[in-house]
Design a protein around this ligand. Structure first.
Ligand code: NOJ
Length: 959
């Protein structure tokens, strides 16, 4: 007894220590001090101050920019003129302007600076940088859609003081260009949808010489004009201040979406403070933000300066093509007193203010009128998402790191042992010899080929990490070649730039240099990257670029790229240039071996969707990060880059089992579905997780595999018209205002599948919002939900994924579980049919070899399925080509093995067969039909067994 007292005191003390430790263990938090706020960024502060000054002056403010009427010309769909910026009676700046009207219905405003175009400026510090404003972003970004409109014409109604141009489909669009002050108003059907410089924030910081002591005289604050310091780095700014800014207003619009990448809600928030709003503008400056925070306008790894404004009945958009650091302020104001507001419009005007540190004003304006029309027109310019190899849309298993080739083989075997499908295993940077890319660590990966062969036995793939920083070491051939060929980025003094990244001292490949492309390609060839095989693909990480000792963890802005462009000019497209080079390299690995490349990129810009998939970088194993992943992925889809995902399970820290399994249930709805984890985390491959979670996770992954036909069809659609693969509520129901801000549920393509992942701990029901009065059926047990404009409570026990199908759809799927998706290639299909109010249903299916480019020559199957008047039919919607017959032959044995009709007419109770008629067959046949009655809110269903109609054939099933 006597000894028990101190013992219990110790226990108490110990518990206390543990408790305190738990409380004080710091959460992961971004280091704000490493990244600029607007106030700490010279041009951001200046542009905001300019806007504040204009706003404060109200109606007495007059923008000092006017379009000189004498200079205006209109020819071949293009208006040209000179914008004059008046500084004083004696000082004017001339800014050549073009406003092009494109065949697609988009308009493009370009404003440059005459002196810079002529090279009539002096560069300080003896720097060799280009005198022009950067005008090559479009080389990386734009792939089409620039054909000038043939019908655009000056409107005879133009009044003095303005020029009007009619353009767009049936000339329904009009641009009203006011000369002084300069302002452009874009109308559709006589209503104003977009206004430029309506608020008078247009600002082109023109070139000027530095005059010592001038700021004291003039009272202008020049403190950030000529150099700027942050975090111990000084930016030398050889061209002085040169930012561009413009306000873009959307009258009658209360929601704006897009401009990823931010960890924020889908509907963007106001940024000028106030309750629930941000204090800082949304920033786009591709950066490696360690331990990024949520609900924030802070920049992240990628940028797409494309914004959609949305209101009931209308969507319009803008694309700000500028590769320099960019910020966007958003302010919403009541439209009550606005004569431009229309009855259908909301009572809100959304005013946005865009500014970039350098470059030109290059702005595309899209007048919609639907979200789909915007996706299409924006995609015509920047390209549609690549149609990936089929494996790429299946499940990817990654961690930092699988440590040996034996480890990889063991993980592979364990997936099989536990019957969990997966397609791709990933190697993070530790597979290399001393962090030298294109090499293997000889001790831990002595047999890379054996490893890849083992994976190939079940048609699985390997992805390895290749970063743009090259270890600066004499005995490393890649480093030697980089330097001897002069292909590295230079510092401001024209020497090879040396910075710190994973390998220590490193140099960076400059993919702006065309000569970098063939060299990068040569490194990827099988005989150069020894040990690599055709089932190896590439992960480009750290390509913002991330530089551990650089300002804001990236390159100094005064570094110099090919063409003597400053890094400042090109920063946001830098990552995209590497992906371009890698894409080319993957195409050229071996002569004659033409397969679709697969690349994952962390950094991106508009256009990256043509080449790669992206993920949301280093998230955390928290419920908050799980929840945030949905709007982030959805927003990327809105911005034309839908092949997006987040690290399943969270990158930093160890998720609890409940969180991990909920994350898989959510992750199967990311177009890019990959689990990944930091090197310091515990192993968490699905088979390691104890029951019941292992089964829950396996079932989630299997559901993804079951629905791969629907996913691939959605990918195909995105690849031809830009519609997101997973879609937010407003995109599917653009007239239902209740749904505009909803960003926690999503639709898979056109399938009518509506998923609402559970993203809160300890939560076993969820509310799904239904917009219309169709019936929605629980995917698993066919419980019926109906009622428009309401949230419906759906059970969501731990093993259940809240998933509904809207009435009116035909969803193709494959029900036989396999080890990898490639092994499902010849499997038969199951169709799930839900009927709409009229007793009808529609669906599509796209299939190809999932590997080559043969689909571009007709090597694919594309079918439309319809159910109406008791007949289910399959119709060909493909375009034939040289490869069609060959492909159809390979698919001849692939059939439909089952049709499930949910909630069929009650009269089917007595039916037990259907008639099957396949084109080309001599006579029809019958297939059995079984009717299953259900009660208690669950719909009955019927199953047609083995109709065995060919997936590539025309056929009818008569019920
Ligand atoms: C940063 C990436 O975001 C992360 O996914 C990766 O594991 C590490 N780099 C190591 O390569």
């Amino acid at each position: 007894m006597a000894r028990s007292r101190p013992a219990s005191r110790w226990t108490l003390l110990l518990s206390l220590v543990v408790l305190i430790a738990c409380i004080v263990v710091p959460g992961l938090a971004v280091k704000h001090e490493n990244f600029k706020t607007c106030d700490q960024s010279g041009f951001c502060k200046r542009n905001r101050a300019y806007a504040d000054n204009a706003s404060a002056q109200g109606s007495s403010w007059s923008s000092p920019y006017e379009l000189d009427p004498a200079t205006i010309h209109f020819k071949d769909g293009q208006l040209t003129g000179v914008l004059v910026k008046t500084i004083s009676d004696t000082e004017k700046v001339y800014l050549p302007l073009t406003l092009s009207f494109l065949e697609s219905g988009a308009a493009r405003l370009l404003v440059d600076e005459e002196r810079r175009l002529k090279g009539d400026i002096e560069i300080r510090h003896g720097s060799k940088v280009n005198k022009k404003r950067y005008d090559e972003a479009e080389k990386w970004v734009i792939v089409g859609g620039l054909d000038a409109s043939k019908s655009a014409a000056l409107d005879g109604q133009s009044e003095t003081g303005s020029t009007k141009v009619l353009y767009g489909p049936e000339d329904k669009f009009e641009a009203i260009i006011r000369h002084s002050p300069f302002e452009v108003e874009f109308q559709r059907d006589g209503q104003t949808h977009v206004q430029l410089n309506h608020q008078g924030f247009l600002n082109m910081e023109h070139w000027r010489p530095k005059v010592e002591g001038k700021d004291e005289e003039s009272g202008e604050d020049e403190s950030t004009w000529w150099e700027e310091s942050f975090g111990g780095n000084t930016d030398s700014k050889p061209r002085g201040p040169e930012s561009v800014g413009l306000d873009i207003s959307f009258p009658g619009y209360n929601h704006v979406f897009g401009i990823p990448e931010h960890a924020d809600s889908l509907s963007l928030k106001e940024t000028r403070g106030g309750s629930g709003n941000h204090e800082n503008p949304y920033r786009m400056y591709n950066s490696d933000v360690f331990e990024y925070e949520l609900d924030s306008p802070m920049t992240l790894y990628g940028s797409i300066p494309f914004m959609q404004a949305h209101r009931k009945g209308s969507s319009v958009g803008v694309f700000w093509l500028n590769a320099a650091e960019t910020w966007v302020d958003i302010v919403k104001k009541s439209a009550a007193s606005n004569p431009l507001s229309m009855s259908a419009a909301s009572k809100t005007n959304t005013h946005t203010h865009w500014f970039s540190e350098a470059g030109r004003i290059d702005l595309f304006i899209f007048l919609g009128p639907t979200p789909q029309a915007l996706s299409k027109t924006y995609g015509e310019l920047t390209g549609y998402t690549q149609l990936p190899q089929h494996f790429a849309i299946a499940y990817h298993q990654c961690r930092w790191n699988y440590v040996t080739d034996e480890d990889v083989k063991e993980v592979d075997a364990k997936f099989d042992k536990y019957q969990i499908p997966y397609d791709v295993i990933w190697l993070d940077l530790e597979y290399t010899d001393d962090r030298k890319y294109f090499t293997w660590d000889p001790l831990t990966f002595p047999d890379p080929k054996g490893m890849q062969e083992k994976l190939d036995a079940s048609e699985r793939k390997l992805v390895v990490l290749i970063d743009p920083h090259i270890k600066n070491k004499d005995d490393y051939y890649v480093s030697k070649e980089l330097n001897s060929k002069g292909l590295a980025v230079q510092n401001k003094d024209g020497e090879v730039y040396d910075g710190w990244c994973w390998p220590g001292s490193s140099n960076w490949i400059d993919c702006f240099n065309p000569a970098a492309f063939p060299w990068w390609s040569s490194l990827h060839k099988y005989d150069k990257f020894k040990g690599s095989m055709s089932n190896l693909f590439i992960w480009n990480d750290m390509n913002e670029p991330s530089v551990f000792n650089g300002p804001e963890t990236t390159m100094p802005k005064d570094n110099i790229h090919y063409g003597n462009w400053e890094h400042r000019d090109v920063h946001n497209v830098n990552g995209l240039t590497l992906v371009n080079a890698t894409y080319q390299a993957m195409l050229e690995r071996k002569k004659g071996e033409i397969r679709r490349p697969f690349i994952l990129t962390r950094s991106y810009y508009s256009g990256a969707q043509r080449l790669a998939a992206m993920w949301t970088g280093d998230n955390q194993a928290t419920w908050g990060h799980l929840a945030a992943s949905l709007p982030m992925v959805l927003n990327n889809g809105i911005a034309g880059f839908p092949f997006a995902g987040a690290d399943v399970g969270g990158f930093f820290n160890n998720p609890e089992k409940e969180l991990l399994s909920r994350w898989y249930q959510a992750g199967i709805w990311y177009p890019f579905f990959r689990a990944h984890a930091h090197i310091d985390t515990r192993r968490r491959e699905p088979y390691l997780i104890s029951e019941p979670y292992r089964t829950i996770i396996s079932q989630a992954i299997r559901l993804r595999y079951q629905l791969l036909p629907a996913w691939y069809t959605a990918f195909h659609e995105a690849s031809v018209n830009g519609t997101p693969i997973v879609r937010p509520q407003y995109y599917v129901f653009p007239d239902d205002e209740e749904g505009f801000a909803i960003d926690d549920q999503l639709y898979l393509g056109d399938t009518g599948l509506l998923a609402k992942p559970v993203v809160q701990e300890n939560t076993f029901t969820t509310d799904i919002y239904i917009a219309d009065d169709e019936k929605y059926y629980d995917y698993f047990d066919f419980t019926v939900y109906q009622g428009a404009g309401k949230r419906h409570t759906v059970p969501a026990p731990e093993d259940k994924i809240p998933l509904l199908i809207q009435g009116g759809h035909i969803v193709p799927r494959r029900d036989r579980p396999r080890r990898s998706s490639a092994l499902m290639r010849w499997d038969p299909y199951t169709f799930v049919i839900t009927l709409d109010k009229n007793g009808e249903a529609n669906g599509t299916l796209y299939v190809d070899d999932g590997e080559t480019f043969d689909y571009e020559r007709g090597g694919y199957i594309h079918r439309r399925f319809q159910y109406r008047e008791s007949v289910l039919s399959s119709e060909d919607i493909s375009t034939k080509g040289a490869k069609t017959a060959e492909y159809l032959k390979t698919m001849a044995g692939v059939t439909v093995e089952r049709v499930i009709i949910i909630d069929p007419p009650a009269s089917w109770k007595d039916k037990n067969s259907v008639t099957v008629i396949e084109d080309g067959a001599k006579a029809g046949s019958t297939a059995s039909l079984e009717y299953f009655e259900q009660k208690g809110g669950k719909a009955s269903y019927a199953v047609v067994k083995s109709p065995n109609v060919g997936i590539g054939k025309n056929w009818r099933i008569e019920f």
